[in-house]
Design a protein around this ligand. Structure first.
Ligand SMILES: O=C(O)CCC(=O)C(=O)O
Length: 273
């Protein structure tokens, strides 16, 4: 269990609210960081992960999607208490895992176009936070190696960046390995430029409100028998749950009870007398 200093969690939540992001410095223990690094390298080698094929994915960058399906050890990322607790503060406890992706940004990578991660959702902006993301720095993130560029306050802009739109006023998430950048998915951001001769390695843990569609379809990506072995909280986060006793039900039952018939579950219909 992560120990917050008095007022620390509230300070991070206020930063996300005010500027769209916050940084948790040095929160990931070294053994976890190194273990995740080794597992990403193994999984990328097994999958034969190639370089991106466009300017957004990055022609010098390898991305491994669907991380949770590749190794249950990656469950530790979306369940990591400090970032999950902040995401619950931004969204609520009914949040879902939207996607889990490793990004290995190689030397020579140009800056990624600015974008908002919730930009595909056609709601008028600004709107309530509907996604909350965490980028884990498994190596140092620096100005030179492509630390994420982010525009403070842009989660409140009334539009998303136009294609190729150049914006000033961005700052860079420079953070030592073991730190995590947590942000509202409405904020304008993009990977920086890697002008070094070493890779910048990270994991993006994307969480969304329990009432919108997940970016990567976790229920199809993960076999049910596999999900049954994951921690119960993560089972709910991948979609074996109902939001407010209603959304996600099957024939008026909570699909979480398919994995554990004893799981307490109150359906909306039980509340109506
Ligand atoms: O790599 C980064 O710093 C940001 C990645 C990102 O925003 C994305 O791929 O959507």
């Amino acid at each position: 269990m992560h120990e917050w200093a008095p007022g620390e969690r509230e300070r991070h939540l206020a930063e996300i609210d005010e500027q769209g992001f916050t940084i948790l410095e040095g929160v990931v223990p070294d053994d976890l960081r190194l273990d995740l690094t080794e597992r990403i390298d193994r999984a990328m080698a097994e999958a034969g992960t190639g370089l991106g094929t466009n300017v957004f994915l990055g022609r010098h960058t390898r991305r491994l999607f669907n991380l949770l399906a590749r190794d249950p050890a990656f469950a530790r990322v979306p369940l990591f208490e400090p970032t999950l607790s902040l995401a619950e503060g931004v969204l609520d406890e009914g949040l879902l895992l939207s996607s889990l992706t490793a990004i290995s940004m190689g030397p020579g990578q140009e800056p990624q176009p600015f974008h908002a991660d919730d930009g595909s959702i056609g709601l008028p902006r600004p709107h309530l936070p509907i996604t909350c993301l965490a980028i884990w720095a498994l190596t140092d993130f620096t100005a030179e190696n492509g630390g994420t560029r982010i525009v403070p306050g842009s989660h409140r802009y009334d539009h998303i960046p136009g294609k190729g739109e150049v914006t000033d006023g961005w700052v860079q998430a420079e953070m030592p390995a073991g730190s995590v950048l947590v942000y509202d998915g409405s904020v304008w951001h993009g990977g920086g430029e890697n002008a070094t001769d070493e890779r910048r390695l990270g994991i993006v843990s994307n969480l969304c409100a329990g009432w919108i569609r997940q970016e990567e379809n976790q229920l199809l990506a993960l076999d049910r028998a596999y999900v049954a072995q994951l921690p119960p909280r993560l089972q709910r986060m991948v979609g074996y749950s109902v939001y407010r006793g209603l959304m996600g039900h099957v024939d008026q039952t909570d699909p979480g009870t398919w994995l554990d018939p004893e799981r307490p579950s109150e359906m909306v219909w039980d509340r109506i007398r």
